[in-house]
Design a protein around this ligand. Structure first.
Ligand code: GLN
Length: 313
């Protein structure tokens, strides 16, 4: 990665961010999880990290937010590390859906009863049930420890207000889980699985944390800052492929064309993105478009990708 690019980014990023911030007016903050509705609509922050420890940040990069669907990438990786590819993909498919993230429509088609992929809610709930551990608490602790290690931040923790808010209102997820249980995909009690799922969605981070987690993926599972091998390369490859094909919900195709890098968004407005071999990126912008992605966050990533020719395609 060129020092020139980093310097240019450092100078221009605040201005690009403010241009993108204008897009926050075109979306809405998610409100189906009541606690998320408290986020400020005009928030926009970004944090970029490279392998040399150089970082560039702009806007509201320090504000905390919950990972939501971004966490699904890393629970998938942990399940793969726990059980291997064959066991995980016996329970969850590898295909995009083109439907909303919480859709029930595609549960039964093509692969009867098995969720299409690990990044839609039905798939991620299934993956939560596959995390090794003696109890839901044990599973949740293992997930939290893994995320702390990837983010290089021992202080990562749950936002319990968001967790309870989703536990109380998550009846669509509950119904997906009962459907999966009925089909024999889930073995454990539904509420046990949901507590693991809702908890990892409510892990609180900021843009810097996301950029560190993304950097590990950008360097094939090795933390470039200390050389520690945290994830087998094959599982990073699988995760990055899902990010490209399903990471931005049913706007993944458009994002691949306009931005062209692996990314995963969440309904709190976070986006984790990476430029392979170069950067880990964390973005937050809680104002969402109709597909559930950060309006301003996507706009900013598109700008960065075009300015620095990041597209893989
Ligand atoms: N916890 C959220 C849910 O299950 C995650 C969804 C998302 O970020 N798309 O609805």
């Amino acid at each position: 990665m060129s020092i020139e690019h980093m310097e240019q980014m450092e100078t221009l990023l605040p201005e690009w961010l403010e241009t993108s911030r204008l897009r926050t007016g075109q979306g809405e903050v998610a409100s189906y999880i009541p606690e998320l509705a408290k986020a400020a609509r005009d928030t926009l922050g970004v944090f970029v990290a490279d392998s040399q420890g150089k970082t560039i940040a702009a806007g509201d990069y320090g504000i905390p937010f919950t990972m939501q669907s971004i966490s699904k990438v890393f629970t998938l990786i942990l399940a793969l590390m726990d059980h291997g590819e064959e066991a995980v993909f016996y329970n969850v498919g590898k295909e995009p859906t083109g439907d909303d993230f919480n859709s029930m429509i595609k549960l039964e088609l093509v692969e009867p009863g098995i969720p299409f992929n690990p990044l839609i809610n039905a798939g991620a709930i299934t993956v939560s049930s596959l995390i090794a551990g003696d109890s839901p608490e044990d599973k949740s602790q293992r997930i939290l420890q893994f995320f702390r290690k990837l983010a290089g931040n021992d202080g990562l923790d749950y936002n319990m207000d968001v967790y309870h808010s989703e536990l109380e209102t998550g009846d669509l997820n509950r119904s997906l889980a009962y459907f999966l249980k009925q089909n024999g995909v889930l073995k454990d009690p539904v509420e046990d699985v949901l507590s693991v799922y809702f908890k990892h969605c409510s892990i609180e981070v900021n843009c810097a944390d996301l950029s560190r987690m993304a950097l590990v993926l950008a360097f094939d599972g090795v933390d470039p800052c200390n050389g520690e091998k945290l994830i087998p390369r094959r599982y990073v490859q699988i995760a990055k492929t899902f990010m490209v094909t399903c990471g931005m919900y049913n706007a993944s195709g458009e994002f691949a064309i306009d931005v062209g890098i692996p990314a995963k968004s969440g309904v709190s407005g976070g986006i984790l993105a990476l430029v392979p071999g170069q950067y880990g990126i964390g973005v937050v912008g809680p104002s969402l478009n109709s597909k559930g992605n950060s309006t301003a966050g996507v706009h900013l990533l598109e700008r960065l990708s075009k300015e620095f020719s990041w597209s893989l395609f």
